[in-house]
Design a protein around this ligand. Structure first.
Ligand SMILES: Nc1ncnc2c1ncn2[C@@H]1O[C@H](COP(=O)(O)OP(=O)(O)OP(=O)(O)O)[C@@H](O)[C@H]1O
Length: 254
């Protein structure tokens, strides 16, 4: 079997009495697109942050390309970050930086590339998400929400990563713009051959971008299957979630 690009093994995380992750085990194969679904507060973001090294699990292991990065700091962590892209929920663009500076943030900060070269790379990457060079010198506040998501997508792919995390990539967008973002994600991810781990509440997006779907409930992955099987999983929890029913084994998070 090929080494997974990402492997979470029995990952646990608690905040005081709140035992959020209770043994999450999950493998992502190179090039695979996995969508993690789960109710509000079920720990999807905590899982993502742990995988990214922004949070340290209390126990369990996280392997990147077979290398244990659970406690990694310094060079090992930096090496992993170079190979990983991330699109945050809110877009998380820096308001005080222009569009191209946001897209090329890591390149500029790494110091290996000149500002002029970084700007060229940013403009080239913006074109991949169908944004023209004319937006490069604008600030995030001067462009629409859909354009901001495209800029965030450009930022997540500029360093040609092997693994990209998408946190709610279509939140806050109208269905047509959301679908256009999904198309861009699929096109760009396929072009790179990157694996992706996405978290979303948007089932239309999940169906479209996922090869496989995994459901997180009460701190564990309780189901995983092909995206085409999600409608007919035979699992009462998945079924309730996918069909958005208030009635069922999952209590609404009120
Ligand atoms: N830094 C933190 N300190 C304390 N508690 C936290 C922290 N981060 C997350 N939590 C708690 O962990 C639980 C899971 O939160 P998380 O944000 O991962 O949920 P989620 O599944 O991503 O939810 P949503 O779909 O609403 O974004 C929540 O109860 C939250 O309050």
């Amino acid at each position: 079997m090929t080494t997974p690009i990402l492997s979470l093994q029995n990952v646990e995380k608690r905040f005081g009495k709140n035992h959020v992750l209770r043994g999450v085990t999950l493998d992502v194969a190179p090039g695979q697109s996995l969508v993690v679904i789960g109710g509000s507060g079920s720990g999807k973001s905590v899982m993502l942050k742990s995988a990214l090294g922004l949070m340290t699990p209390d126990s369990g292991q996280i392997l990147f390309n077979g290398e244990d990065v659970t406690q990694a700091k310094g060079k090992t962590r930096a090496r992993m970050r170079e190979r990983v892209g991330m699109l945050f929920q809110s877009g998380a663009l820096f308001d005080s930086l222009t569009v191209w500076e946001n897209v090329a943030f890591r390149l500029v900060n790494s110091g290996v590339v000149s500002r002029a070269k970084a700007k060229d790379r940013a403009i080239e990457t913006l074109s991949k998400v169908r944004l023209g060079a004319d937006v490069a010198d604008l600030y995030p506040a001067e462009i629409s929400g859909g354009m901001q998501k495209r800029v965030s997508l450009a930022r997540s792919i500029i360093s040609k990563p092997d693994l990209i995390f998408f946190d709610e990539p279509t939140t806050g967008l109208d269905p047509i713009t959301a679908d256009a973002i999904n198309d861009l994600i699929i096109e760009q991810v396929r072009g790179l051959g990157a694996a992706t781990v996405s978290i979303t509440h948007d089932m239309a997006s999940a169906r479209k971008i996922a090869d496989e779907v995994a459901m997180l409930f009460e701190g564990k992955i309780i189901w995983r299957g092909k995206a085409s099987e999600v409608e007919d999983s035979g699992n009462a929890y998945v079924d309730q979630f996918v069909h958005g029913r208030a009635e069922g084994p999952i209590q609404p998070a009120l």
